[in-house]
Write a protein that binds this ligand. Structure first.
Ligand SMILES: NC(=O)c1ccc[n+]([C@@H]2O[C@H](COP(=O)([O-])OP(=O)(O)OC[C@H]3O[C@@H](n4cnc5c(N)ncnc54)[C@H](OP(=O)(O)O)[C@@H]3O)[C@@H](O)[C@H]2O)c1
Length: 267
């Protein structure tokens, strides 16, 4: 299968200024896809665009948008109206953790909007065009935290459960139109998101942070083949043990215990 023919001309990646999104940009550029990179930190996008253009001779458009701002999607559709988007990666996301009721309601609402509503709306807008073209692909980013309830990440984990469910269902709906959908569930991955969780000592949990390269490679290799993939052998093992050996309520309690124990408390 010619990747560029199937998923070109452009891949649109939200949250491309760092972490997993930036790595998607690098790996897709090496496959010859042109790119549309979206995030708030435009200087980072522009630096990445220059280096990818020089290295791979591809076209790269950068768009500075705060996806939480009202009218953001109209702006994005307008800025890309002349470009054929064959691959959509609604990757931009944010997390909150701690006691849900003590967190800011506005921030929790933003988590839900950025992690669920925006990917759903992007998939509707660009998926419809892929369906009529009868080609294309979408890679959603869930999380291993989306595979069960996670106390102290209650809203974040629920947002990722939504993406997993939604993406797998869309895989079924769209495959008859030659549009491939895959959901990637990374475990803890070495990005700004993970680094910024300074009040959690992940060494106290049975998880190891992965580098972004194999995480993203897993999703790209799965596109067109798998509905959903989890990155990392250990994360897959944990998922199998969880699904087939442990009732859901036990997993919820186990995560509650582990995250509470790993949280560095100031008082
Ligand atoms: N790292 C992990 O352990 C892990 C595990 C499972 C799943 N994930 C998921 O992977 C995805 C990528 O996260 P990451 O780990 O790569 O974290 P990251 O390095 O913090 O990247 C987050 C990206 O989202 C963008 N973003 C955040 N808010 C935005 C907004 N309002 N409008 C536009 N863009 C916005 C950020 O760009 P700007 O700040 O420049 O706007 C950045 O490019 C997320 O969906 C996350 O939930 C991560």
């Amino acid at each position: 299968m010619d990747f560029k023919l199937k998923y070109g001309d452009y891949a649109l990646i939200t949250g491309a200024s760092s972490g997993i999104g930036k790595e998607f940009a690098e790996q897709l550029a090496s496959k010859g896809l042109n790119l549309i990179l979206v995030a708030r930190r435009k200087n980072r996008l522009d630096e990445l665009a220059t280096s990818l253009h020089q290295k791979h001779k591809i076209k790269v458009k950068t768009i500075r948008i705060d996806l939480l701002k009202s009218g953001a999607l109209d702006e994005l559709v307008d800025a890309t109206k002349d470009l054929e988007i064959g691959l959509l990666i609604p990757n931009a996301g944010m997390e909150t953790h701690g006691n849900f009721v003590e967190n800011s309601l506005q921030t929790e609402t933003d988590v839900q909007k950025l992690n669920t509503q925006i990917p759903m709306q992007l998939a509707h807008l660009f998926g419809a065009k892929m369906k009529s073209r009868k080609k294309g692909g979408i890679i959603f980013i869930s999380s291993t935290f989306g595979h069960q309830s996670v106390p102290f990440f209650a809203n974040y984990a629920a947002s990722k459960a939504y993406i997993l469910s939604f993406g797998q269902a869309l895989n079924y709906e769209l495959k008859q139109y030659n549009v491939d959908v895959t959901v990637l569930s990374p475990g803890l991955t070495k990005t700004e998101m993970a680094i910024n969780m300074t009040d959690i000592d992940f060494k106290k949990m049975p998880i190891t942070a992965m580098e972004v390269t194999p995480v993203v490679r897993k999703a790209i290799n799965a596109l067109g083949k798998r509905q959903a993939v989890i990155s990392g052998t250990w994360n897959n093992t944990m998922d199998i043990m969880g699904k087939f050996m442990t009732p859901r309520w036990v997993l919820t309690n186990m995560f509650g215990f582990l995250i509470n124990r790993a949280t560095i408390k100031n008082n």
